[in-house]
Ligand binder design. Structure first.
Ligand code: ATP
Length: 455
């Protein structure tokens, strides 16, 4: 990472190079929602694939699930979201900006969080928050703080006549996992301890969706819940803390940019909660949460549905409600961190360049194929042949636009690890030039060895 990479660098880079676009720009924008461009969707897919590989494919006792975005509204009553999935909202009376009161207090070094009651946080704001100014207009004239529920409502299903209130877009994937726990036990050979993993869109009416894609109103979560015997919960918890840290090491993260943060205020049912924080341009912030949640989730669904979700150990016959160890991360938070890690402005061969030093597995384009000259049909034909051979195996680009130096720069910027150039020697000896993104070094490779080399 360049030492001083700023959020502005990342925002303008991602827009300019087709990674992230603000939503609905031609209509003046839509706050807290973003669209992935052609390279962004590749990077996000690669992040999801790496996560799935680490959490499902390589873990014998974790299975995948894809629950729907909508579910019966009682799911969200049972989970506690309808009553208490809220953040403390304060409004500036001068410019009407809506703000998170806990974030304003934290910004002044005053310990606060979204779990405090309205009374607690109002008292804190009154006694210790005297220095707080509105970040927009600079005035100190705020409304009383009230809790604002973040569930996004819809009317889906109202036509059936069975549901009269609102239905909700899911605010996390976890509830879909809990309500399918019994299905997975009954239809697979998994025995406790085992896990269920999901990745998918979630929706939260964030009060102030700022800081680019760090805090969105529509985002994607990758969550895994391990169901364990109560006596094993803290051991399994420690195991998963280690695995999740290792995941970021395997993605090539600099460990100086990662740290553990322990939650000061645990919700009453939780046994342990730590976050992996990343050093984003605005400072260390939560990237992933690893939580020991006790039996709260299954117990709540048992109470509200009247169904027995306990588990009977087939060996001992013991019946118990499994405890849950959860790992939860947003694709966008990894996406942003990966870009911060990779974005580099530097000199190569005496010339300035911007380069994304992404690991091979994450790079949107794995190889770019160039004919040395676009006006030599025999070079273009040979380059097309190489491109056709590679494109079935990996994401590739064909580029014959501008001189080769410019094409290298374009690929450097989007993080393509290797460029393959077809020149006149290729026509004689069937070798091509491979150019490495990070070092700029070049080597000749036989076309027949190309695939193995690139992989
Ligand atoms: P925060 O304190 O930042 O609001 P949270 O503690 O509410 O996050 P969780 O409910 O634990 O977050 O969600 C799990 C993960 O989902 C977070 O660690 C984060 O990676 C991601 N996440 C949560 N809210 C957002 C958001 N608004 N935009 C993008 N990612 C998010």
């Amino acid at each position: 990472m360049s030492e001083e990479v700023t959020m502005e660098d990342i925002i303008s880079f991602t827009k300019r190079r087709g990674f992230v676009y603000p939503s609905s720009e031609i209509y003046g924008g839509f706050g807290g929602v973003y669209d992935y461009g052609p390279y962004g969707v590749e990077l996000a897919n690669n992040i999801k694939t790496m996560w799935w590989r680490a959490v499902v494919q390589r873990e014998e006792n974790v299975v995948g699930l894809d629950a729907s975005i909508f579910s019966h509204p009682r799911v969200w009553e049972a989970s506690g979201h309808v009553d208490s999935f809220s953040d403390p909202l304060v409004e500036c009376k001068e410019c009407n900006t809506r703000l998170r009161a806990d974030h304003l207090l934290e910004g002044e070094g005053i310990a606060a969080d979204e779990k405090m009651t309205e009374q607690e946080i109002n008292e804190l704001f009154k006694s210790d928050g005297a220095k707080i100014k509105c970040p927009k207009c600079g005035k100190r004239n705020f409304t009383k703080i009230r809790h604002f529920n973040m569930l996004a409502e819809s009317n889906l299903g109202n036509t059936t006549g069975n549901i009269d209130g609102p239905t909700y877009l899911r605010a996390e994937t976890a509830q879909g996992t809990y309500i399918n726990f019994k299905n997975v036990v009954d239809t697979t050979r998994q025995k406790v301890p085992f896990g269920i993993a999901q990745s998918g869109k979630v929706f939260r009416n964030e009060i102030s969706a700022r800081q680019f894609i760090f805090r969105k109103r529509e985002f994607e979560q990758m969550e895994m819940q391990m169901f364990v015997h109560p006596s094993k919960m803290l051991d399994v918890y420690e195991e998963w803390k280690e695995k999740r840290w290792q995941f970021y090491k395997d993605l090539g993260f600099n460990e100086d940019n990662l740290r553990w943060h322990e939650h000061e205020n645990l919700v009453f049912y939780a046994k342990a909660a730590w976050d992996i924080e990343y050093k984003y341009p605005m400072g260390f912030k939560e990237m992933e949460g690893v939580h020991a949640r006790g039996d709260y989730d299954l117990t709540q669904h048992m109470k509200h549905s009247g169904q027995d979700l306990s588990y009977a150990d087939p060996k001992t016959g013991e019946k118990f409600v499994p405890n849950v160890v959860e790992t939860a991360v947003g694709v966008e938070r990894i996406f942003l961190a990966v870009l911060c890690e990779a974005y580099t402005e530097e000199e190569l061969d005496g010339k300035g360049r911007t380069v994304l030093k992404l690991p091979q597995e994450l790079a949107p384009i794995k190889a770019a194929v160039f004919p040395l000259l676009r006006n030599k049909p025999e070079l273009v034909a040979k380059a097309r042949e190489v491109f056709e051979m590679l494109k079935g195996e990996m994401m590739c680009e064909f580029d014959d636009n501008g001189n080769v130096g410019k094409r290298y720069r374009r690929q450097d910027e989007i993080g393509t690890p290797t460029c393959v150039t077809i020149d006149f020697d290729t026509l004689d000896d069937d070798t091509v030039t491979l150019r490495d993104r990070d070092s700029g070094k070049q080597e000749r490779v036989k076309i027949q060895d190309l695939l193995a080399k690139l992989k």
